[in-house]
Design a protein around this ligand. Structure first.
Ligand code: GLU
Length: 507
């Protein structure tokens, strides 16, 4: 049977990269096994609903190139795929559980629950609504049947709670973690349904996974504590449970705890795929896209945070990842996020792209600076400097001087390289460069070298001073290639200006 898997985010804000990784593993698993991946929006908790979050999720996956086969915005045979639109479906399932003795109505007020909690705290205990306490509470197990009917009919607020059988071991077979066993006495009678007509996550999730014919639940480790309840719910409904795979946490770079939004802000890397501005607070969080990462680099990096192909490959395209993917190779241990690694992946992916592919990114940067430039020229610049780029946004820093003459000269470079008489030699060299029409890189280089040697000059000093004139500092790619690209007319203007400014002010 072809597997059916789902990514089921709650639209409570921007999608954390841990969530992106979960979706990615679902995608890789589905593709590898000729299955179906669906996108379901779990929006039953309306108190946590955030405007724009769903659109953000959709846009993030579009950017990353992770495509869903079914779901919100796509359609399919098992819709609707937004839980709020399935609201009416859940009530009969909650009622079925009550009828079958797997759940009960509870009428305890928030105040009385609070009092129970406080009472337990005063005895250094924690209150749990379970087999040991439920018979002392206000619910359909303790109230007479007519009273329960009366309360329900009069519209009194209630919740439906799951009724764990007392003291049984619940087994969760997890494809990553193996067998996890927990005794029901440790578990709380979780709320499944509320009188506002909304199911909680647990009920909706199980009903949907079942009715959408999900075969494998692949999700973050933070959901492992919920898995025993889910296993029990399948049992209670008499449904076959899907297989579970709980993915290891994404950890802070130092391995101490879960990677949080604050770590990103503190250590200078995004934890969200796209930039996000919170609609309430107006606070903006950075995104991989806006920080100059390429989507395929992000995908590759995330794939290897918690999984490996079983060999030492690191650079892998999406089809290669699909080919190599298996749930067995997911690690149990949390995966430490590394900024250096993220940077490395991005650098490698920039190198793998042709100037043609990179051009649109840099064209935008130039447009923002109101620079319009011949595309071939820009592509030549890209070829020349791309090995210096870690991020798309490094482009201006590394290549701005190909488009605008420097207006300042780096004082350290000047101090080190530009000596008395340098200006005069530069003017001679400038004449020599212009003597070759059309420009001949090799000949120009030979002539300049010969000049430097004949006059017993320091090669590093002179050539770096030419760089200072062209770039503004003693840096940049191979000098004569750079001269060829900038063109001898512009080189002439820059040398003349540098000699004028520097000789006047610095020497
Ligand atoms: N809605 C849950 C979330 O936001 C889904 C958990 C699951 O995959 O079961 O992560």
């Amino acid at each position: 049977m072809n597997p059916r898997v789902r990514f089921a985010p709650s639209p409570t804000g921007p999608l954390h990269i841990g969530g992106v990784r979960t979706a990615l593993y679902n995608y890789l698993f589905a593709k590898k096994n000729h299955g179906t991946l669906l996108l379901r929006i779990e929006d039953t908790d309306q108190t946590r609903f955030v405007e724009g979050a769903e659109a953000y999720i959709v846009e993030a996956f579009e950017w990353l190139g992770i495509k869903f086969d079914e779901g919100v915005g796509i359609g399919g045979d098992y819709g609707p795929y937004r839980q709020s639109e399935r609201k009416a479906m859940y009530k009969p399932y909650a009622e079925q559980l009550v009828r079958d003795g797997w759940a009960y109505y509870a009428f305890d007020t928030p105040e009385s629950l609070d009092a129970k909690r406080k009472e337990a705290e005063s005895q250094k205990k924690t209150f749990q609504y379970d087999a040991s306490t439920r018979m002392g509470m206000v619910n359909s197990l303790t109230l007479p049947a007519e009273e329960v009917e009366r309360r329900l009919a009069s519209g009194e607020p209630f919740v439906v709670r799951f009724k764990y059988p007392d003291n049984v071991d619940i087994h969760v077979h997890d494809l990553v973690r193996g067998e996890v066993v927990i005794n029901s006495s440790l578990l709380d009678d979780k709320v499944l349904y509320k009188s506002d007509g909304m199911p909680t996550y647990h009920l909706a999730n199980i009903v949907d996974d079942h009715t959408m014919k999900i075969t494998h639940v692949i999700r973050g480790e933070e959901w492992l504590p919920s898995a025993p309840l889910h296993v029990m719910l399948y049992k209670a409904f008499g449904w076959e449970a899907p297989q579970f795979a709980h993915l290891p946490l994404l950890l802070k770079p130092d391995g101490n705890g879960k990677l949080s939004k604050r770590d990103g802000d503190r250590l200078g890397f995004p934890v969200f795929p796209l930039q996000w501005t919170d609609p309430k607070s107006g606070e903006t969080s950075s995104g991989y896209r806006e920080s100059g990462y390429l989507p395929d680099a992000v995908v590759n990096m995330l794939a290897l945070l918690g999984w490996n192909p079983g060999d030492d490959r690191e650079i892998m395209t999406l089809p290669e990842l699909v080919e190599a993917f298996s749930l067995e190779k997911i690690s149990k241990a949390g995966a430490k996020f590394s900024l250096d690694k993220a940077k490395w992946f991005n650098h490698e992916y920039i190198q793998m792209k042709s100037a043609e592919e990179l051009y649109p990114y840099f064209e935008k940067i130039l447009e923002k600076r109101q620079i319009s430039c011949n595309a071939d020229y820009v592509k030549n610049v890209i070829d020349l400097i791309k090995d210096r780029l870690n991020f798309i946004g490094d482009f201006w820093d590394q290549a701005g001087y190909f488009f605008e003459a420097p207006t300042e000269y780096d004082s350290q470079s000047l101090k080190k390289r530009w000596k008395e008489g340098t200006g005069k030699h530069l003017l001679v060299i400038d004449d020599m460069l212009r003597a070759f029409q059309p420009f001949d890189k090799q000949k120009a280089q030979d002539a300049v070298m010969q000049y430097i040697q004949m006059h017993g000059l320091n090669m590093g000093q002179i050539l770096n001073s030419v760089r200072i004139a062209l770039v503004g500092a003693a840096r940049g790619p191979e000098l004569f290639t750079m001269i060829e690209l900038i063109g001898t007319g512009e080189v002439h203007r820059r040398i003349e200006r540098a000699v004028e400014v520097v000789d006047d002010n610095h020497v």
